[in-house]
Design a protein around this ligand. Sequence first.
Ligand SMILES: NC(=O)c1ccc[n+]([C@@H]2O[C@H](COP(=O)([O-])OP(=O)(O)OC[C@H]3O[C@@H](n4cnc5c(N)ncnc54)[C@H](OP(=O)(O)O)[C@@H]3O)[C@@H](O)[C@H]2O)c1
Length: 198
Amino acid sequence: MGNVGAGFSMSLDGFIAGPNDEVDRVFAWMSQGDTEVKVSTGDHDIDLKMSEESAELYEEIPNAIGALVLGRRIFDVAGAWGGKHPLGAPMFIVTHRIPEEWVYEGSPFTFVTDGVESAVAQAQAVAGDKSVGVAGANIMQQCLKAGLLDEIGIDLVPVLLGQGIRMFEYLGIEQIELEQTSLTNTPGVTHIRYRVVK
Ligand SMILES: NC(=O)c1ccc[n+]([C@@H]2O[C@H](COP(=O)([O-])OP(=O)(O)OC[C@H]3O[C@@H](n4cnc5c(N)ncnc54)[C@H](OP(=O)(O)O)[C@@H]3O)[C@@H](O)[C@H]2O)c1
């Protein structure tokens, strides 16, 4: 069974989006380099331009991910990615409210109403040996708290956003240890990978 991992672009003061879900600043490193990376979404291709080091890390991701577990807010904010996530993997959306328009034979979305453990188990079942990617800060925090997360990737951006959506909200009083497994420094972003010590 593959790992369960989450990766976020985060400001130095710990925000992954602004107060109105803005991600332009934290994702700026993806469009400010010399190396082209093509990402295909449902209705159009996105041309990214990042540093060579960032591109090397980024290009590994689509092949490594076998399924995604995502929160309902990221699903809504992203407009359901027009029906196809840029990573092209089956998506398990954790929600209390099933959007019936996306429930049909062959839909890339499975809506999970019985919590993150169930969503991760369903995602792992289809991912096989590949990894399960987790996104949405709230969902990631629940996975971390439940001991479901094996890896955390942070693309640390040199900005203080001051307000917005925090990557780590209050997780309880238990200390969670991480082991740093890689570090790649570029001018616009520092990529840090951690293993969650269990
Ligand atoms: N910087 C980055 O790398 C990055 C990457 C991805 C996303 N983002 C940003 O992250 C933000 C979204 O994250 P978020 O933390 O706000 O929300 P989220 O984790 O995407 O979704 C939270 C929602 O999921 C549903 N939910 C949570 N736990 C549940 C449970 N146990 N059972 C059933 N439903 C449950 C609830 O929605 P309902 O009750 O309405 O169903 C809840 O409001 C957006 O601003 C996005 O732009 C940033």
